[in-house]
Design a protein around this ligand. Structure first.
Ligand SMILES: Nc1ncnc2c1ncn2[C@@H]1O[C@H](COP(=O)(O)OP(=O)(O)OP(=O)(O)O)[C@@H](O)[C@H]1O
Ligand SMILES: Nc1ccn([C@@H]2O[C@H](COP(=O)(O)O)[C@@H](O)[C@H]2O)c(=O)n1
Length: 212
């Protein structure tokens, strides 16, 4: 079974994807890490994130073994990822890795921005997870505070809005719900309630194939 989970920054798609993957015994891919790794690679070499050549080369040379680097989880990598991800060459270079991850039995849960629309248009289950920008900023702020990092909620909200704008308006693979995705608005749902709602979507999906 392939489960595609898309949505804007800090909507909780990663949290949901991890829980669904554990529940169904499927591997999970956080596709945002791929773009974060590309941005990190370019920046670490003093390159320009807006340069399509530099970013595309970094995407072609990407080593999936580096995806666990904690530096990729930071705010700068997220901001950089939203810049490099707009280059068509970067997206093309990362396509095969994601598709083969999904196509390897028994399937996968993948979260990102274009999983249901571009990477896995035939996924059995597609969920578009969303929440208000204010609630997403609140969640991100409490995540950072929990890690002992400085928190400026207004700056985080601005960050989220800027990322939403870039991700939804870029020419290639913009963030949007696939026509056959079920939208799950988690603004008023805690993580447990969101998981229960997602589970109901998977279980109720007629295209779902049993994997066990
Ligand atoms: N339904 C929820 N209610 C409250 N907090 C949540 C909920 N879902 C996730 N969170 C928390 O919000 C934060 C962001 O969640 P998560 O990392 O899953 O979002 P994301 O959409 O994957 O983010 P990104 O796009 O940056 O990868 C985390 O601290 C997570 O624990
Ligand atoms: N399938 C995807 C996943 C991510 N991106 C871009 O990367 C940025 C960081 O993603 P996170 O999920 O880790 O926040 C994101 O803002 C997108 O610009 C993408 O384009 N496609």
């Amino acid at each position: 079974m392939i489960v595609a989970i898309d949505g804007p920054a800090a909507s909780g798609k990663g949290t949901l994807a991890r829980r669904l993957a554990a529940h169904y015994g499927l591997p999970h891919l956080d596709s945002g890490l791929l773009y974060r790794a590309v941005a990190h690679h370019v920046a670490a070499r003093g390159g320009d994130l807006h340069d399509p050549e530099a970013a595309t080369q970094a995407a072609r040379a990407l080593d999936a073994a580096t995806l666990g680097d904690p530096a990729l989880r930071g705010r700068h990598a997220g901001e950089g990822a939203s810049i490099v991800s707009a280059h068509p060459g970067v997206r093309a270079a990362l396509l095969d890795f994601q598709r083969s991850f999904a196509a390897t039995p028994p399937g996968a849960v993948i979260d990102g921005r274009d999983i249901g629309t571009v990477i896995c248009p035939d996924a059995e289950v597609k969920i578009f997870v969303t929440a208000s920008a204010e609630e997403r900023a609140r969640r991100r702020a409490s995540e950072l505070a929990g890690r002992g990092e400085p928190v400026d909620q207004a700056a985080i909200l601005e960050d989220i809005r800027r990322r939403d704008e870039r991700d939804t308006t870029r020419a290639v693979a913009p963030l949007k719900a696939a026509d056959d995705a079920v939208t799950l608005d988690t603004t008023n749902l805690d993580a447990e309630a969101a998981f229960r709602a997602a589970l109901a979507i998977v279980e109720g999906n007629p295209k779902r194939r049993r994997t066990a």
